[in-house]
Design a protein around this ligand. Structure first.
Ligand code: SF4
Length: 318
């Protein structure tokens, strides 16, 4: 591997001092790999009343903001998005990503049909499936295990925080224990999994966010997404924010928190994301997060100016 100029971090050929997903995928597949977000037309047990109603306080899934038109086939969605990426990125390899809502909240037969269609698209080298930690039945686990034998599969689990008191406030309707049990079941089947965490949740201090990162560092994760809390129109959190019940993170606080979290994570953990994607027109706060490149540049600058990098304070798993 080529170490970037003036960059001591091993898994980088640029100025990035953390292991980006794009770097990892390029090493693994030999060229650029792009994720294509799909909508399989799923709902969520935290919306339809099975686990809860109204969804998580920050979630705008009910307003339908996520990518992909569920009225179109997987093939049509794939092609629409692939074409939209082409002017900027050209052709490459692709990982269809079942992103919207809870993508294991269905029969194995339905998910099998959708994933088969996704895998039959040109230049596809893997799959990603996003779900809740309490929504993988034993049958679904067996199916995911078979799928994982066929392709480069990553199951993405939203944990958001290890603090159950925050999860209750957010109406997550699952516990950290649920996440740990599902992580263990996936790991025992050799299925790669990614954790999603959110910084800036109401009531969470810097120490609490660090505790979440440190807990993730001890798990056999394949990858992680670190999101910034976005307050989106139409969500419960938006009402609370308008009542001034909490404030959002500043750019400076977010950069310091993310960099501190990167320091305690394993150096070989793939960082899939370090910002959130607030949809234009729906984001209420923090508006500075719209400038994604500014945020990422500030993270790069912070790590370089502190002589820091991912894993520099990693203490090993358990
Ligand atoms: S589990 Fe996911 S899709 Fe369901 S309400 Fe929460 S954030 Fe939205």
């Amino acid at each position: 591997m080529v170490v970037g100029v003036d960059n001591p971090f091993r898994f980088s050929d640029t100025n990035k001092r953390y292991l980006t997903q794009s770097y990892y995928l390029k090493q693994r597949f030999g060229q650029k790999v792009m994720k294509i977000s799909l909508n399989g037309g799923f709902t969520c047990p935290n919306i339809d009343g099975t686990k809860g109603t109204g969804g998580c306080a920050f979630c705008s899934a009910g307003s339908g903001r996520f990518a992909g038109d569920p009225h179109k086939s997987i093939t049509e969605q794939f092609e629409d998005i692939r074409r939209s990426l082409e002017p900027k990125w050209g052709r490459g390899l692709y990982i269809p990503y079942f992103q919207s809502n809870t993508n294991t909240y269905c029969t194995v037969g339905k998910l099998s049909r959708l994933t088969d269609e996704a895998l039959s698209q040109p230049d596809v080298v893997g799959l990603a499936i996003s779900t809740r930690p309490d929504c993988i039945s034993d049958d679904m686990l067996s199916f995911l295990s078979e799928l994982s034998d066929r392709t480069y599969l990553t199951v993405e689990l939203g944990v958001q925080t290890i603090h159950d008191s925050t999860a209750v406030m957010l109406n997550r309707c699952h516990t950290y224990g649920d996440f740990l049990r599902t992580a263990d079941r996936l790991y025992s089947k050799g299925i790669l999994f990614c954790a999603h965490i959110i910084d800036g949740l109401p009531g969470e201090t810097f120490d609490m966010m660090m505790q979440t990162a440190e807990a993730m560092a001890k798990l056999p994760l394949h990858s992680i997404k670190i999101h910034l809390l976005h307050v989106l129109k139409g969500t419960r959190l938006a009402d609370s924010y308008m009542r001034e019940e909490f404030s959002v993170m500043t750019l400076e606080d977010y950069v310091e928190t993310v960099c501190s979290q990167l320091e305690v994570l394993p150096p070989e953990l793939i960082i899939q994301r370090l910002t959130g994607d607030g949809a234009k027109g729906e984001l209420i706060a923090p508006l500075w997060s719209m400038k994604k490149f500014v945020v990422l540049n500030e993270i790069d600058k912070y790590l370089a100016s502190h002589g820091s990098m991912q894993g520099i304070r990693y203490r090993g798993g358990v």
